[in-house]
Design a protein around this ligand. Structure first.
Ligand code: TNX
Length: 498
């Protein structure tokens, strides 16, 4: 293939002899690792290759590796294993998410400080293996990969409110993001068109509020047990779930369920359109705070992660002073239940505590203000990272209000230079998928693949190894993997697919 790796050349310190067209330097790994050194041989992986570890805490990830690649076997006896997983002493370079992968002729040694680091090393190793099942054996080029993430927050959001997607779809989504080393799934669980999480003390939220969606379909919701199943499934792949209850706007489904939450108290209808910004909870009604307290309490109890996302966006039907008062009070409730608040960038207008986190989607001004207040920022700029935006004018689903986002545009930005926020205040990035126009798993896959991989690389890889000319070749090589998994991806004309 003779691929030139401009971005990573600086790291080829031991590139002493040409390793030929199949050397580790010709890898197609996404996200691109921090540092790679190539050697001159290969490890032969066969149908008798065994995976082993001496660490109790790595057995689950060893079994995960075996489950992901048919020819591999788990062995309790490490003497027979040629793929060895181990923990090593604290290594400040690798940190809690990094790993080192040494591929030698006789063995592959994957080590990290944590099971999480091993899990990410496994994702890298899996990308070095041919996606299709092997007949007898396959050669993997020798060398070393040293890798760790740029940002500690690497997320994607799935809107299950505008169209409801069940447990199986969410699990498939988790598999997608885990494969590219994302560590956060933000679930948008409530909006005007539907309430999607069971709240035992507020049963009408689901008996009424969950029963429809955009276009009038039947909607749906997660029972608390199903939500916990999702949280556990995600945790097994080192993903934290962040539940979002969008407040005080985007609440028509709640208002239709409990009309007393509105300022008039009158009966309200469910909503199946696509408009935003018309609904609000009544902010000077104590019943509103009793309601939010009950909801957030139950959600906090079934959410092991540290965050509760309270939305806060597009509350155009709430007076500004009321909005500020409301957010201030909600923050106290979130903190009372031991969680850290995250809100869309409008929450910077309120008096939020420095520990709270602000997710920039629209206003760089709000984000800068928040950063000056000490809030760390998640970057989700709509013009660059909204996966519900069309690729080009011919995309059959999606929106255009923020931008058309082709695969190269989705990739070609640096979190450090798109805002005035100092880099140490940027917690990471998140790519949201809003679903007003997205109805099926095929629709999801089409909008997410392949842009998601670019966001994963932005979140993980140092800017110095990122380069579109090289990335598009690595992306093209993912085609076989997409097809193996029956992913209905967008064959962008800017990617040289095989
Ligand atoms: C804006 S982004 C919204 C969502 C819509 C989305 C559609 C944000 C915080 N609010 O309510 O679904 O645009 O692109």
């Amino acid at each position: 293939l003779g691929v030139l790796f401009i971005g990573s050349l600086a790291y080829f310190s031991s590139c002493t002899s040409p390793s030929g067209p199949t050397g580790l330097s010709d890898h197609t790994i996404i996200p691109h690792p921090v540092a790679i050194t190539t050697a001159n041989g290969h490890f032969t992986l066969s149908t008798t290759t065994q995976v082993g570890t001496d660490e109790e805490s790595l057995i689950a990830v060893a079994q995960y590796l075996v489950s992901q690649y048919e020819p591999l076997r788990f062995s309790a006896n490490t003497d027979e294993s040629t793929i060895l997983l181990s923990l090593h002493a604290k290594d400040s370079l690798l940190g809690t998410e990094g790993y080192s992968l040494q591929i030698q002729e006789e063995q592959i040694h994957l080590s990290a400080q944590t099971p999480r680091g091993i899990f990410y090393g496994i994702q890298t190793l899996l990308q070095l293996l041919p996606p299709a099942q092997i007949e007898t054996s396959v050669e993997i080029p020798t060398g070393t990969i040293l890798d760790y993430p740029r940002y500690s927050y690497r997320g994607s959001m799935l809107d299950v409110s505008r169209h409801f997607f069940g447990v199986d779809v969410v699990k498939r989504y988790i598999d997608f993001i885990a494969a590219y080393k994302l560590n956060t799934l933000h679930l948008h669980l409530s909006d005007d068109q539907g309430w999607r999480i069971e709240i035992k003390s507020k049963p009408k939220l689901t008996s009424i509020g969950s029963t429809t969606q955009v276009g009038g379909g039947k909607g749906g919701y997660f029972t608390q047990a199903q939500y916990q199943e999702i949280v556990q499934y995600a945790a097994d792949q080192f993903i934290t779930v962040i539940p979002e209850i969008d407040l005080p706007g985007h609440t028509q489904a709640a208002l239709a369920s409990y009309p007393a939450l509105g300022c008039t108290g009158e009966q309200q209808d469910l909503y199946t359109g696509k408009e935003v910004g018309f609904s609000t909870l009544c902010t000077d009604n104590e019943a509103t705070y009793e309601f939010v307290d009950a909801v957030l309490k139950e959600i906090a109890e079934i959410t092991p992660g540290p965050y509760l996302h309270i939305g806060g966006d597009e509350s155009h039907a709430t007076k500004k002073e009321d909005y500020i008062y409301f957010i201030n009070r909600i923050q106290q409730i979130v903190n009372k239940y031991g969680k850290t608040l995250i809100g869309w960038d409008e929450v910077a207008e309120a008096n939020i505590a420095p520990e709270s986190i602000v997710q920039q989607w629209k206003s760089a001004g709000n984000a800068s203000k928040a950063a000056e207040n000490g809030n760390r920022i998640i970057l989700s700029p709509a013009t660059l990272s909204y996966m519900d935006m069309k690729y080009d004018t011919s995309t059959r689903i999606g929106y255009t209000w923020a931008a058309l986002i082709e695969v190269d545009q989705a990739y070609n930005w640096d979190p450090d230079t798109i805002t005035m926020i100092s880099s140490d205040m940027i917690l990471g990035i998140e790519a949201p998928l809003w679903t007003e126009t997205i109805e099926t798993i095929e629709d999801i896959e089409y909008m997410v693949f392949p842009r998601l991989l670019g966001y994963a690389e932005i979140g993980w890889s140092p800017q110095s190894v990122r380069d579109w000319a090289n990335y598009r070749l690595r992306l093209a090589a993912q085609e076989k993997r997409f097809e193996e998994q029956d992913i209905h991806y967008y064959r962008s004309p800017v990617v040289p697919w095989l």
